[in-house]
Structure formats: C-alpha cells, structure tokens
Design a protein around this ligand. Structure first.
Ligand code: GDP
Length: 471
C-alpha cells in the first residue's frame, strides 16, 4: 500500500475514470499499474458510457457462467424447444485470425452486446484466456468448456446454421435456439444483411448468437438507424470508440504485463521521446525489402520523426542532452539492424542521441503458440506507449496500438509492385481502426450504395479505399 490509495482522486486516476473497482489487484496488476506507464488520455468517456458499462457488468454477473440463469439458458439451448428470449441472452465470440483482428472483433462484439443487452462470452482459445485479465468483476467472460454447441469453432461461410444461409435458402425459423453470424472477410451478401435494421429486429428474438469475424465492424453499426441514438449518447465524440472500449476491455495478464514492464523499464523509460515504428509487410516472401526500408526512411525524414544523418563530415556532432528511443516491431529484424547501423556509423545532423530496440523477430505469424501470442500482445502494448507512432497500412496490429494510445500515427501506405509509394505516409484522420470488409448496401432501397458517403462521421479509410472508419 502506498498510503495514498484511500484518496478518491488517486483511486479514480488508477482506474482511468473508466474501470470498475472491486478486483483483486494482485490478480491483474496491469489494471492498476497502466497509469504509471501511459500518459493520461485527453479523451473522457461520456457519463452515459460509464453508466452502460456498469449495467453491462451487472448483466455479465447476473447471467455469467455457473449462475442459475446461465444453466437455464444452456438447458434451453440443448433442448431446442420452447425457445423464447428470457432475461439472459448471449453473444458468443469465436477465436479466429491474428491477435490484432481478435482484439478488434472482441471490441466490436462487446459494443454489439451493449446495444442489444446481451452477455458477451469469449472462446478462450488462441491464448485469449492467457493474454487478458477478466474485464468484468465477480464473473468470467470465458465460455465454459461444456458449452453444448461443440461444433461452433468449425462454423464457416458454408454452414447451414449461418444467418446468411438461412436467409438464402429461405428457412428462417420463427424461434431457433441459436443463430450463427458469419461476419468474416469472406462473408456473403446474405450474411451482410446482418447490418439491416429489419434483420436486427429478427435477431433480437434469438437467445444465443454465435459470432465469427475478423473485422472491426463498428462503423457499420453506426449506420443502423435503430442504434444511432444510443451510439450518439454513448459516444458523443465518435472517433474514440475503440480507444475507450479497448482500454476498458484489454488488460494484459500478469505474465504479459511482466514482459511489457521489464522491456519498458530496461530500454524505453529513460528516453526523452519515444518513437514507435511498426513494420508489417504483406508479401509472400519474408524480406527484408529495400523498398520497405526506403519507404520508412522517406516517411520518418519527411515528417521529421528521425533526424538526418551526416554522411559527409566525419565529425562528432556536439552532444545534445536529448535521447530518442525508437521501438521497432516487425516479424523481421532486417529493418531494425539497418537503422541501428546507420545511426552508429554516422552522427545525427542535429546532435540527438538515438537508440533502437526491437523486442522480437518471430519471422512468421504463429497464432496458436503461447509465447508467440504473448510477445505479439506485449509489442502492441509497448507500441501504444510511444509518444509518436508510425504504423503500417492494412494492419490490425497497428490499429490496436494506435487506438490504445489515443495517437494519430503516421500511416505507411501499402507498397504496390514492390515499390515505395509516394508520398510514403500520411497522418491518419482519426485513431479509429478501419473496417476492411464493410457492406455497400442500402437496406431501405434494396440496392448497392456507397456506405462511406451516407454520414459525415463514417468515411473511407486512409489505407484502404473501400474500408470504412469513424472520424
Ligand atoms: P495484421 O495481420 O497485421 O492485421 O495483425 P494480426 O495481429 O491480426 O495478425 C498478425 C500476427 O502476426 C500477429 O498477431 C502476430 O502473431 C504476428 N506479428 C505480426 N507482426 C508482428 C510484430 O511486429 N511482432 C510480433 N511479435 N508479432 C507480429
């Protein structure tokens, strides 16, 4: 006890003005210590959001695993008979895709659960149970292992249980016990009808929804008239949805928190300024690629994020007190090595001292391995502690870091034909993630439409012309 925890001000700060008290501090240190590492967010959650979070916590507790109401709902699901919506209705999230995608879909599912008064239960696979603390007090958000729909992890775009396929074959029953929502990148036009208001009315009559997605589908929820008023009250400032929900939900488990704090304290804490550079390359080969290095250099010099090096005069530049630490994250170590060499072989033109750090270079994505996932989560979190950030186009890994940090990073455009794009990067319009596979459908007129042009706060993304994001 530091002797100050009794003061309401300190207690409030520790919980970021967002989190519920009542957890055992030792069981989730990051919940209470993040305030020591993160700068205070300039964005305040609305009072209404706080109210709804407390209500959701109460619902999660009332209907959570091992409660009588949960057992009853599971019995109903098993019997498949006499199905009616009761006090407790559920949204089951399936672990799917890379960690960044998973974090974004949990946040989307959570917002949908709040909008529809459902209990969110997450599949603990792919490290979900190992990476995150429980977000809700006095209950668990983990789907119990005896969940009766055993095949749910294998549901896909072709499953007859999916809402889209039921609509397609016109076999939408009046009251099934559950419906599978396929909202992954390969979803069909029928699956996309999820985003239409009439279909939302139908889904409200189903006690169990099982969701598989790899997308941040929040922007399209803002286009469903039935939810617009509620969303406006929850988020009067629209571009902070993931910022608040992400900080509310995702607390690194103690093992990952140890990795984050050890790295930070050893390599980053003493710097005057911390620059994060996330290099994510979507190519069949692993690299390192010259065009990627050229692009990162062009961006960081053009935007004055890194000082130029003095290759002409071989003199030692006057020593400035300023230390800049650069955290590089990438599957490949080549870019980091080139940076480090460059600033070792040559003095900086402005006398700044620069250090480079890359926690891991995993070479390949391997989202089923425990330590691999822990490193990925630790690196996302470390990136989010930067003062300035450079991120890669199309990467949900980068979106999560940007959302948690509350910064507007410099986004490296996606190279085409292995050529560095010009301009190499630009600052994003908002810290919100991009929805990569939105529907382009006008539900009322029943025809295609550009959903990025309907309201000013939902527009196309900087890095993907067909994507949608909140601004
Ligand atoms: P996205 O593919 O960039 O949208 O991000 P995802 O997080 O969904 O999937 C990429 C996965 O590859 C990550 O979850 C990690 O498993 C791995 N990965 C990609 N980049 C990095 C990195 O810089 N550091 C680490 N440790 N893992 C990475």
């Amino acid at each position: 006890d530091d002797g100050t925890s009794g003061s309401p001000e300190v207690v409030k700060d520790k919980l970021l003005g967002l989190l519920a008290p009542g957890f055992d501090e030792q069981s989730c240190l990051s919940r209470y210590q993040s305030v020591l590492y993160r700068r205070i967010s300039p964005h305040f959650p609305s009072t209404y959001l706080l109210e709804r979070l407390r209500e959701q916590e109460a619902l999660q507790k009332k209907c959570g695993p091992r409660t009588e109401l949960y057992m009853k709902a599971v019995e109903q699901l098993k019997s498949g008979q006499d199905i009616k919506v009761m006090d407790c209705n559920y949204l089951v999230w399936t672990a799917y895709s890379g960690l960044g995608n998973r974090i974004l879909t949990i946040a989307s599912a959570f917002l949908y659960a709040i909008l529809t008064n459902r209990v969110l239960l997450v599949d603990g696979d792919k490290g979900t149970a190992d990476l995150f603390c429980e977000p809700f007090p006095e209950t668990s958000w983990l789907l119990p292992s005896d969940f009766p729909i055993k095949q749910f992890k294998n549901f896909s775009v072709v499953s007859p249980e999916s809402y889209g396929n039921k609509l397609k074959s016109k076999v939408v029953q009046r009251s099934p016990a559950f419906v599978y929502l396929h909202l992954a990148h390969d979803y069909s036009d029928f699956d996309k009808l999820f985003f239409c208001e009439d279909n939302q009315h139908y889904l409200q009559t189903i006690p169990w929804l099982i969701l598989k997605s790899d997308n941040y589908f929040v922007p399209s929820l803002f286009l469903i008239p039935a939810y617009q008023e509620e969303l406006m009250r929850l988020f009067p400032q629209r571009d902070v949805v993931f910022h608040h929900l992400g900080r509310y939900l995702f607390h690194p488990s103690n093992s990952v928190w140890g990795m984050i704090t050890r790295y930070y304290d050893s390599y980053l804490a003493r710097a005057d300024e911390k620059l994060g550079i996330q290099i994510r390359v979507f190519d069949t080969e692993t690299g390192p690629f010259k065009h990627v290095m050229d692009q990162v250099l062009a961006c960081t010099f053009k935007e004055h994020l890194l000082p130029e090096v003095d290759t002409q005069e071989q003199i030692v530049s006057p020593r400035k007190a300023k230390l800049k630490a650069v955290l590089v994250t990438s599957l490949n170590s080549g870019y980091y090595e080139e940076f480090r060499n460059m600033y070792w072989e040559h003095p900086t033109a402005n006398g700044e001292t620069i250090s480079f750090h890359q926690p891991s270079h995993e070479e390949h994505q391997d989202s089923d391995k425990k330590m691999h996932n822990r490193k990925a989560w630790a690196e996302i979190y470390l990136l989010s502690l930067s003062d300035v950030m450079v991120t890669s186009a199309w990467s949900t890994f980068g979106y999560v870091a940007q959302g948690l940090s509350g910064l507007k990073p410099w986004l490296l455009f996606k190279p085409e034909n292995r050529t560095a794009p010009d301009p190499p990067c630009r600052q994003v319009l908002s810290m919100e993630p991009c929805f990569h596979a939105p529907p382009f459908y006008d539900c009322k007129a029943k025809r295609g439409t550009d959903t990025g042009k309907l309201v000013p706060h939902v527009t196309h993304c900087e890095d993907m012309s067909w994507g949608l994001k909140l601004v």
